[in-house]
Design a protein around this ligand. Structure first.
Ligand code: HEC
Ligand code: HEC
Ligand code: HEC
Ligand code: HEC
Ligand code: HEC
Ligand code: HEC
Length: 498
């Protein structure tokens, strides 16, 4: 039909086509760049797999809308809609048809490659950790310094399987939106309620049969005195096992014994009423169901409520190992470690106290913090009083600033203070949420076992110098360095800054 007006000859379709061609070229170029470059940059990924395809679809949409409108207009002008006739005996129609089929195939191929890459890209550590740089920085940095630095974020946060994939992609879409429009909470709340059960994440790599036996742990401390006196505790952690076919069941991993089930309720008292404790720091009710199905229930005094009114959670790895990847070190722990490694000079008087003090002050942003740390330490060791030790002072400033960068994120309000660590009992109640001796059965005859200092670990040696060579396999009584008979719970006094 010679002279038939093209439906594409209107401004909407034409601009659509320009966008299509433009985005197709940028996609191809970016795709080449992303495939050939030796570095990986999250922004290139976002441009290639989100922005360029987005524009491609936009362009196509505009072209189609334009063509449809044009068709309607022509139809109105002529009184009837022009009839579409495809006649393959006509060379022009054959050519058009061929082009159409080739074009569709190319488009399908590109979108297949594109969506495959988009899928992989959204699963990458870059996407999770770097793309939303500011928001995820605390988790990314602590993850990179943690024992799981080589495990991709999705291995713990999403895991395998289609339903979780859809679930996480849906909530992920919201998160991308929240990040773009700064609608996220600071600090990012934890624990993540819809974190996948540990059986499907952690146990893919650490299955319960694998952990049997004891661990030998050495903790190096330095006291907050003029000489930064060292104090070391060496303990056997009775990690034990959780699978009877592999070895005796017992010790700390007893909770994960395949046959037992430990359940609990996290609730706290607010205005005389028990309300759910989102942070899971207060646990007034625990129940064990053993292999024979025998149920034992323990309660803290005061909790008389009906458990059915609360969410009952089955204990899993994350109830103890809740910070396996994102470890925000406390000022005390980070400074002790730097002293033990010799990065901080022990001969600087009061360096333990001064460094911890500088780290515990409140800062509103990182620049301010780094500057204050430098002035505080420089003022504590002026050249007139410490002429020979100036190199150590400069190193100390660098080291403390680095500790700050690695563990404190004031812009996101992320630091040890906002993220309880449940593995021990020094700074947070941790194990003592249940093992405090106050959870008893209804008749009051039995309380949760393992409250004695030697049930979870035994102290092999403690003190300094020669004392550390005297090993006591049966365990010694803990000699508290800040004065012997301390009353109260460890976490009442120890806050991470002490
Ligand atoms: C070894 C498993 C593991 C890996 C790998 C991992 N996470 Fe996590 N992540 C966790 C657990 C467990 C929590 C919940 C912490 C809690 O309950 O206290 C968490 C919490 C978070 C939170 C909530 C805030 C917080 O700190 O509690 C964010 C955000 C997060 N992870 C992001 C990431 C990103 C980004 C990566 C990759 C760079 C990553 N995670 C890798 C296990 C992991
Ligand atoms: C993809 C495999 C993988 C997954 C999933 C995984 N881990 Fe790990 N985990 C590792 C590797 C690898 C190491 C380091 C090697 C080692 O120490 O055995 C490690 C180390 C650890 C350690 C010892 C840490 C230390 O200080 O040395 C703990 C505890 C741990 N993981 C707990 C967990 C928990 C809890 C989860 C689930 C939230 C989890 N892991 C998920 C692979 C994994
Ligand atoms: C009752 C609390 C608790 C539960 C539940 C628990 N763990 Fe542990 N786990 C510990 C403690 C305490 C240690 C000793 C490690 C330490 O002192 O840092 C440990 C040690 C480990 C280690 C060895 C760490 C190393 O440094 O070699 C791994 C791996 C581990 N746990 C994985 C898991 C996994 C996987 C699960 C879930 C199936 C789990 N744990 C459940 C408390 C627990
Ligand atoms: C949610 C509550 C809860 C938490 C948190 C918890 N436990 Fe337990 N644990 C129990 C219960 C319940 C028992 C069974 C006690 C009994 O039979 O009297 C138990 C038993 C034990 C036992 C004795 C196992 C045996 O061989 O009989 C050890 C050791 C132990 N826990 C260590 C720990 C350590 C270490 C932590 C912290 C890392 C911890 N628990 C955290 C509830 C908890
Ligand atoms: C329910 C089990 C349990 C009981 C009971 C227990 N502990 Fe612990 N303790 C732990 C675990 C688990 C850790 C390891 C924390 C970690 O891996 O960082 C720990 C760590 C410690 C540490 C090193 C702390 C640190 O993080 O630097 C000391 C010291 C200690 N315990 C002393 C004691 C004393 C004293 C008692 C008796 C009042 C006691 N513990 C009772 C489980 C227990
Ligand atoms: C009444 C307050 C109080 C209680 C309760 C308390 N401590 Fe301490 N602790 C101190 C003081 C004060 C120091 C001395 C700090 C210093 O000189 O560095 C200290 C020092 C320590 C140190 C060495 C210093 C360091 O770098 O951390 C350890 C380890 C320790 N305490 C463990 C424990 C454990 C474990 C418990 C619980 C069984 C506990 N403390 C309970 C007040 C307390």
């Amino acid at each position: 039909m010679p002279g038939r007006p093209s439906l594409l000859r209107n401004w909407l379709s034409l601009s659509g086509l320009v966008i299509v061609i433009g985005s197709l070229f940028s996609f191809l170029l970016l795709f080449l760049l992303d495939s050939l470059a030796h570095f990986s940059n999250p922004y290139v990924g976002i441009l290639t797999y989100f922005v360029a395809p987005g524009f491609l679809f936009l362009g196509l949409l505009l072209t189609i809308i334009g063509a449809l409108r044009e068709r309607k207009k022509l139809g109105e002008a002529a009184g009837v809609l022009p009839r579409m006739v495809v006649d393959l005996s006509r060379p022009r129609d054959r050519k058009l048809m061929g082009m159409f089929i080739a074009g569709s195939l190319l488009f399908l191929l590109l979108s297949a490659i594109g969506s495959y890459h988009t899928y992989h890209f959204t699963e990458s550590v870059q996407f999770c950790g770097q793309a939303c740089h500011k928001v995820m920085e605390p988790e990314l940095v602590t993850y990179q310094h943690g024992p799981h630095a080589r495990v991709a974020c999705v291995e713990c946060h999403i895991g395998p399987g289609a339903t979780w994939f859809v679930k996480s992609k849906l909530s992920g879409t919201y998160q991308v939106y929240a990040t773009l429009f700064e609608k996220y909470p600071r600090p990012i709340p934890t624990p993540i309620k819809n974190l996948r059960p540990a059986q499907e994440t952690c146990e893919q790599c650490h299955w319960p049969k694998k952990f049997v036996g004891n661990l030998d742990r050495t903790y190096n401390y330095f006291l907050a005195d003029e000489t930064n006196t060292p104090f070391t505790v060496r303990m056997t952690m009775k990690v034990g096992g959780g699978d009877p076919t592999h070895g005796p069941v017992g010790g700390i991993h007893w909770h994960m014994n395949v046959g037992n089930k430990v359940e609990y309720i996290a609730a706290k008292l607010a205005n005389g009423r028990w309300v759910p404790d989102e942070t899971r720091q207060s646990i007034p009710w625990v129940r064990i169901i053993d292999e024979q199905g025998v149920v034992t229930e323990f309660r803290r005094p005061g909790f008389t409520n009906d458990p059915a009114h609360f969410a009952i959670r089955t204990m899993d790895c994350m109830d103890c190992h809740n910070r396996p990847a994102h470890i925000f070190k406390t000022p005390n722990k980070a400074v002790n470690l730097a002293l033990a490694l010799g990065k901080l000079d022990r001969n600087l008087p009061w360096i333990k106290s001064n460094a911890v003090y500088a780290l515990t002050l409140k800062y509103t942003n990182r620049t301010e913090a780094l500057r204050r740390i430098a002035t505080l330490l420089a003022e504590a060791y002026p050249p007139e009083k410490f002429p020979t030790q100036q190199p150590s002072v400069r190193t100390a400033i660098d080291v403390v600033q680095q500790i700050y960068r690695d563990n404190f994120f004031p812009e996101m309000k992320a630091s040890w203070e906002n993220y309880p660590d449940n593995i021990g009992h020094l700074i947070w109640p941790g194990c003592f949420r249940c093992h405090d001796g106050k959870h008893t059965t209804a008749d009051g005859k039995r309380s949760v076992k393992a409250t004695d200092c030697n049930t979870c670990h035994t102290i092999l040696a403690q003190g300094q110098g020669e004392e550390l060579n005297l090993l006591t396999p049966g365990g010694q009584k803990f000699r508290h360095p800040g004065g012997d008979d301390v009353d109260g719970d460890c976490w009442d006094c120890h806050t991470g800054g002490l």
